[in-house]
Design a binder for this molecule. Sequence first.
Ligand code: NDP
Length: 443
Amino acid sequence: MELDTFMDEVVRKNPGETEFHQAVKEIAVNLIPFINKNPQYEEACILERMIEPDRTIIFSVCWEDDDGKPQINRGYRIQFNNAIGPYKGGLRFHPSVNLSVLKFLGFEQIFKNSLTTLPMGGGKGGSDFDPKGKSDREVMRFCQFFMTELSRHIGEDIDVPAGDIGVGEREIGYMYGQYKKLQKEFSGALTGKGLNFGGSPLRKEATGYGCVYFAAEMLKNKDQSLEGTRCLISGSGNVSIYTAEKLIEEGAHVVTLSDSSGFIHDPEGLNSEKLSFLKELKEERRGRISEYAEEFGCEYYADEKPWIVPCDIAFPCATQNEINENDARMLIGNGCQVVCEGSNMSTTFDGIKIFESAGIMHAPSKAANAGGVAVSGLEMSQNSLGLTWSREEIDERLRVIMRRIHEQCVKHGKKNGQIDYFMGANIAGFVKVADVMLAYGIV
Ligand code: NDP
């Protein structure tokens, strides 16, 4: 198999789906040489089968706004691969959502879920609905209409959605309420639920905490630690907030945060008082990050990304392709040694190459942000057992899972005396799913 021929076929079969092409290429670049050395995968066309979703569900979501006017959005669920467990992956509500974005996310999810060592297949869904600027009642009505259709396709042993951009505890609550009403059952068909209706302790914190645990593992491998490091975080949503919280606990200095309008630079670094303000601003008031700069008298840079600030470690935690080639050069020039991806596919293909040639430790999202889906997996286990584990127990399990993901990356990622975390994560994530697909035969 040859990369260019393989990618030509991917582009031909999925026209215009640029994010999906990018996600496939990022994986194929490592997997094709591996598959060429392991012909059992080539003979069974495993990679070709993996890039084709099992099922793509697209539906209209018609709902009524506060003025009584009908609004029409498009809903999606991509059930990508359930070789190792029920389809599992978040729902994203954002105006940029389209088939390409969700296919890239669903495809990556197969590998990420495999890395967690838990029995979860890959899926993703969402809508081009924008929760920003909508009233609570509008969000509720949208979620209910979205779930009216989605409920036909999900279930605790079939497909278990969770949150993502624009979908937090509020939206999951509204969707679960509707699911329960329609299906007449109280089951673990969604994760990220509130603690009083089947949610797991630490689910909200899990992606951010897990990302920091992964960064700590990368540093430990080089006899270093997070203490005293200067860290940039982008975004100010769920992943960013809990990445910041854990970094502060570890003694690191978090000096930036952002949203889609700009970033703040706080050279003194966040502390617990500033973090409490941030949580109230973003989780309760749904305000803008510029208000942080007003409150604490630091600089706000409109329409800029944080990557121009000198740092030791960068944690992109906002959205895909937020680090491009120029950003990567800027980060390296300003002293950055480690990039740990909290957001999915944070770096463009060319950006990855720049980090690679500079020998930067770069953790791909499928490894570094797998803590969120891992604790979702633990939420599913708790729901099946009818038990709730303690916060401490889940934190310990999360630490172990992130350590094991790191070990898998090291095992499969050794290259020229360094660890290629992308190669390690891609191969380790692939092998488990591929071997199970071989066991099933051609189905
Ligand atoms: P949230 O909706 O809570 O926060 C998203 C943050 O990113 C906001 O600050 C938002 O700013 C910013 N953002 C979104 N789109 C853009 C854009 N196009 N340009 C600049 N900034 C943008 O989402 P999450 O924190 O849950 O998710 C963030 C990332 O982490 C995503 O890539 C997601 O897929 C990934 N992820 C999330 C997991 C989870 O458990 N939540 C699990 C694994 C991965 P604004 O408010 O202005 O839009």
